[in-house]
Design a protein. Structure first.
Length: 353
């Protein structure tokens, strides 16, 4: 597998990466390359990242897919390597979770593309690390390093949960979120428009017995709203285990834990069976770039997971060229709304003639 530019920058400096090394949210399979010279662990919060390492034979005992890293997963690391996340508060979360697991005198390496905001993250490293500075730069990427010379505060997962009340589309919901989750701590405008549209929709008469899928569930707002509206059990899917944990917490906060089934999946890879309704505010980025392959894979695969006459609802930025993809998958579609930079699309699985 070709390495990303960030991992290529790490590889230029890998002679220093000795001893016990933990990678946080690696963007490719570079941790496997390094495992020949160091004792390497990998913590993934993305099912896609986890699957990539699993498929190339990375040691399963040292590979974790979880929202948090605990003492039982590994401790006393010489190096912690963090790939700059898109959300700055997720970097703070990763540092808080991992610094207690780093040896005194150990190093944190932070690597990222220049466009990722890594330049400004040096200040975040300096809060709890010493001798922070630039280690290397190439291929439009930067690598920073800092030393742990002070005791780290104990990590308390509950301190990172954000909880708030949200009024949307005729419902009052208690929502929970974690750093790095889409729409963290606020109502996304696209989701607001989608739920307002769904409030007007005429669902099937026995919808309480229908199968519903929320693809890209985030903090669980769509899934919870749908449960309250229909009474049907919901499957909530996301590539991010942080999002799945947020959805779990959201349903628990609304005394509805039994109503949701959580599924970590890269696209629809892990999904079984067919659904009467699939609802999504799908991701359209890989890193910092617009990536139509995510949506294209989803639209072509969703046809295999809709019942006959099953319905698909999609909200997206209106500049995204989704209509041709929808037509290719389902034959035709309707645009229900275009407003405030968003579009809401509706399609059906055609009945067999």
């Amino acid at each position: 597998m070709n390495l990303n530019s960030t991992s290529q920058l790490l590889a230029r400096n890998e002679k220093e990466l000795l001893g016990k090394v933990l990678f946080a949210n690696p963007e490719d399979t570079y941790p496997l390359d390094l495992s020949g010279q160091a004792e390497v662990y990998a913590w993934c919060q993305s099912k896609t990242g986890y699957d990539a390492l699993s498929h190339v034979g990375f040691n399963e005992e040292k590979l974790l897919l979880s929202e948090q890293w605990t003492l039982e997963n590994g401790n006393d690391f010489d190096f912690i390597v963090i790939y700059q996340p898109k959300a700055k508060d997720l970097l703070d979360y990763l540092l808080a979770a991992l610094l207690p697991r780093l040896k005194e005198g150990g190093q944190v390496w932070l690597v990222g593309d220049n466009k990722s905001g890594v330049k400004s993250s040096m200040k975040r490293l300096e809060v709890n690390l010493d001798d922070v500075g630039k280690l290397d730069g190439a291929k439009h990427c930067l690598l920073y390093a800092g030393y742990k010379r002070r005791p780290a505060k104990p990590f308390v997962f509950e301190d990172w949960i954000m909880t708030w009340q949200q009024e949307v589309a005729g419902q009052s919901l208690t929502l929970c979120s974690l750093p790095g989750v889409f729409g963290h701590g606020k109502l996304d405008k696209g989701t607001e428009l989608l739920l307002a549209q769904l409030e007007q929709h005429r669902f099937m008469s026995d919808v309480a017995n229908a199968r519903l899928l929320d693809f890209g569930c985030g903090d669980g707002i769509i899934a919870l709203w749908l449960y309250n509206k229909t009474g049907a059990r919901i499957m909530a899917l996301d590539d991010s285990v942080l999002a799945l944990k947020a959805t779990e917490l959201t349903f628990a906060a609304n005394n509805a834990s039994e109503a949701v089934t959580l599924l970590a999946s890269n696209g629809l890879d892990e999904v079984k069976g067919r659904f009467n309704y699939v609802i999504t505010n799908p991701p359209f980025h890989t890193g910092m770039n617009t990536d139509y392959s995510i949506a294209e894979r989803f639209f072509m695969a969703v046809k295999q997971h809709l019942t006959l006459n099953g319905e698909l609802f999609v909200v997206a930025n209106d500049f995204l060229r989704y209509p041709p993809l929808l037509d290719a998958a389902l034959g035709t579609h309707n645009r229900l709304l275009r407003d405030k930079g968003f579009a809401i699309y509706h399609g059906r699985q055609p009945k067999k003639r």
